[in-house]
Design a protein around this ligand. Structure first.
Ligand code: 9Z3
Length: 289
């Protein structure tokens, strides 16, 4: 309920039909194997794509709901060391705590940018862990975004579990290792992308991501997903090259997008989000005529 109220408030924030709002999903969902969960199956995603894309979208004027896996990358943190708290600060001779010199500028910039985005009502961060939490939160966000019509965008970069153990057939307590090989039946997670398109937010501009490790099948699978789930674009990426290039698959073609290799601090998310924002603009214009 708190989450729902938060989302509704975020969407109402003086946007009056002009502010564009993106829901960026990021990180991998988990599938618990026990009700009192000790073990779980995880989906790979560092969260870099979602966090970087969020920063670019905010720069381009969007307000972003960042639905992310707890513990994965968050916006404005990419230039910080992994263990930010312990490594960014030091204790002075007078026992005061201060930012370490090498990180000083990066930490100040991260804190300033993050604060500006949150205080300006441009960033709402909502964490999830399991596939169940993720789907419920996505539904709430989508339903409460309906009033924005075509101005809302779903940028679904999270790596979502394909298989799960239903709550009723899940062991209550920790599964005992002495009982021999583990035999668990996993059911297919219902594909919620078509429900998102048809019921939850039918006017929203929807982009999903397709990840494969075999380049041979990637583009075909991405185009199949686009048609099957009615996505406006599917971003196809291969695990090993995902930071260098992606292909945006739409109904009128496949557009490769590359990281600018001439600049060391550039990322593929910058040209990717630019292209998708341009497509979103055309979509909004067409929807209003
Ligand atoms: C992606 O393909 C993302 O681009 C990555 C980003 C997870 C590869 P990182 O977080 O990596 O920067 O380390 N996300 C979507 C993966 C996914 O689960 N897609 C489903 C599928 O491929 C469709 S919803 O079937």
């Amino acid at each position: 309920m708190y989450l729902f109220a938060n989302c509704v408030a975020f969407f109402k924030c003086d946007y009056e039909g002009t502010r564009r709002v993106a829901c960026v999903t990021s990180g991998g969902t988990t599938v618990p194997l026990e009700q009192r969960c000790v073990r779980y199956i995880d989906n790979f995603s560092s969260g870099h794509r979602g966090a970087a894309s969020t920063e670019h979208l905010i720069k381009m004027g969007y307000a972003v709901i960042f639905l992310y896996r707890r513990g994965t990358c968050e916006p404005y943190c990419s230039s910080l060391p992994d263990d930010a708290f312990l490594e960014c600060f030091e204790v002075t001779k007078e026992s005061a705590v201060q930012v370490c010199q090498p990180y000083s500028e990066a930490v100040k910039r991260a804190i300033r940018d993050h604060h500006a985005a949150v205080a300006g009502g441009l960033l709402l961060k909502l964490p999830f862990t399991t596939i169940f939490e993720y789907l419920q939160m996505l539904q709430m966000i989508a339903v409460s975004s309906r009033s924005l019509g075509p101005c809302s965008m779903f940028y679904l970069a999270a790596a979502v579990s394909d298989f799960y153990v239903p709550w009723k057939s899940m062991a209550e307590h920790k599964i005992q290792s002495g009982s021999g090989p583990l035999d668990i039946q996993l059911l297919q997670v219902p594909k919620m992308l078509s429900v998102l398109r048809k019921e939850w937010a039918p006017m929203a501009f929807c982009i999903s991501f397709k990840l494969e490790t075999d380049a041979e099948i990637l583009l075909e699978k991405a185009d199949m997903a686009r048609k099957k789930y009615g996505m406006h674009a599917v971003v196809a990426n291969e695990l090993l090259s995902r930071k260098e290039q992606v292909v945006v698959v739409t109904n009128n073609g496949k557009i490769p997008v590359y990281r600018d290799k001439t600049s060391s601090d550039s990322d593929v998310e910058k040209p990717l989000t630019k292209l998708l924002v341009d497509r979103h603009s055309v979509y909004i214009k067409d929807s209003n005529t």
